[in-house]
Design a protein around this ligand. Structure first.
Ligand code: CTP
Length: 378
């Protein structure tokens, strides 16, 4: 990576363009943490510079002309290239209005001092650190650049806690006060933006601690999540209370959460169920993800869910409605009843026989069912 940064610096000097490493990678470089991706800021035109680099590295390039940014895709990592800019927020939580600016205005639009340091990539390799971010890294402090930071962009509330826990830092006193005062504004964020932050939090190593802290601050309540439970590994579904589904869930996540609730409600029944047909009837129709989630959470019902997924749910009938038609049965809801009853009998081993005879055996079973129906009706 060092070589690549040297090369970028060299090319920039040749082209007489000022280029800086900015944000997360500078912070991680100072902290001697692993650097995952490179963020570059160009004073001038980021996209033109990205095109020059693409030629040199012979790599993939994607440009975003509306933001004046680009991404280069190298073998093991990517390089994000932005044009230095100034941002203003016309109203709280709005997306910012962007104008061209120099590296100082670009640093001034950022979230925390630890993320507002630039490293020039020319031969001098100097830090540009107008907010004393390096001091805060030394002191272990997450500090906003100005009073309105959380109001401009409440996603920074999630980010503050994320960085605090990731690096084992503290919130600087005034920052903590401002954060607490801004919590209600999270309500104004779109579900998509909340979703993005939650997904980032879930990737963190200390996610339990992060969610516990967000709970204590009242943030989880606002976005309708419950606190992580001790001893239960934290995934999105462990934080969902199906009685008040968060707005940021997708349709299938909602269904999975409802499935998990269904299993919980039927847990006692499931514990008592012995016959395969009983287990099948309790669990049929519940999304597989809900079953797997609950299985990992509740070892007592694990065996039964496993049997259902691996065996019972794969059992199929040889016969279909067509066979019932051939028997001369009049079409109607009785078809479903006959087929279901036959399947349940098959699950319990009541329909046996070699594969070649199974159709016959199942038809015979339907016939006995019909006799019972007939007797019942009379
Ligand atoms: N940034 C910001 N406000 C935000 C999001 C991002 O000011 N709401 C700035 C920060 O300077 C940040 C940079 O944009 O360092 C890049 O954002 P991102 O990639 O999200 O953050 P990283 O600091 O790289 O964090 P991570 O290590 O989690 O990738």
């Amino acid at each position: 990576m060092q070589n690549i940064l040297d090369k970028i610096g060299e090319i920039a000097e040749k082209e007489k363009i000022k280029v800086y490493l900015v944000g997360g990678p500078v912070r991680d470089f100072i902290m001697k943490n692993e650097i995952k991706d490179i963020d570059i800021c160009v004073e001038g035109n980021g996209i033109s510079f990205a095109k020059i680099l693409k030629k040199y590295f012979n790599c993939g390039l994607k440009t975003y002309s509306e933001f004046n940014t680009a991404t280069l895709f190298l073998a093991h990592f990517s390089i994000d290239i932005a044009t230095s800019r100034k941002e203003t927020y016309p109203y709280p939580t709005s997306l910012p209005v962007v104008e061209n600016g120099d590296i100082f205005t670009d640093l001034a639009r950022r979230d925390f001092t630890i993320n507002s340091i630039a490293l020039s990539l020319d031969k001098k390799r100097g830090f540009i650190d107008p907010f004393s971010g390096r001091d805060d890294i030394k002191k272990g402090l997450v500090r906003v650049l100005h009073k309105k930071s959380f109001i401009d962009d409440p996603t920074r509330i999630f980010r503050a806690i994320r960085f605090k826990q990731r690096f084992d830092f503290r919130l600087e006193k005034e920052t903590k006060k401002l954060l607490k005062q801004s919590i209600r504004i999270i309500n104004k964020l779109s579900p998509e933006r909340i979703r993005t932050e939650i997904m980032l939090l879930l990737k963190e190593q200390k996610k339990e601690e992060i969610f516990s802290q967000l709970y204590k601050l009242g943030v989880l309540d606002i976005i309708k999540l419950k606190p992580p439970q001790p001893g239960v590994s934290t995934s999105l579904f462990a934080l969902i209370d199906p009685d008040k589904m968060p707005d940021f869930l997708t349709k299938s996540e909602r269904q999975i959460a409802q499935g998990i609730l269904k299993i919980s409600l039927k847990e006692d029944l499931l514990k008592k169920a012995e016959k395969p047909s009983q287990i099948y009837q309790i669990l049929f129709g519940i999304p597989e993800e809900s079953l797997v989630f609950r299985m990992n959470q509740k070892p007592v019902i694990k065996g039964k869910i496993k049997e259902f997924l691996n065996v019972y749910n794969k059992v199929k009938l040889e016969i279909t409605g067509r066979d019932l038609e051939k028997l001369g049965i009049k079409k109607g809801p009785i078809y479903k009843e006959l087929l279901t009853k036959t399947l349940l009998a098959k699950l319990d081993g009541k329909i046996k026989g070699k594969q070649v005879h199974l159709v016959e055996e199942e038809i015979n079973f339907v016939k006995t069912l019909l006799i019972h129906f007939f007797l019942d009706i009379r």
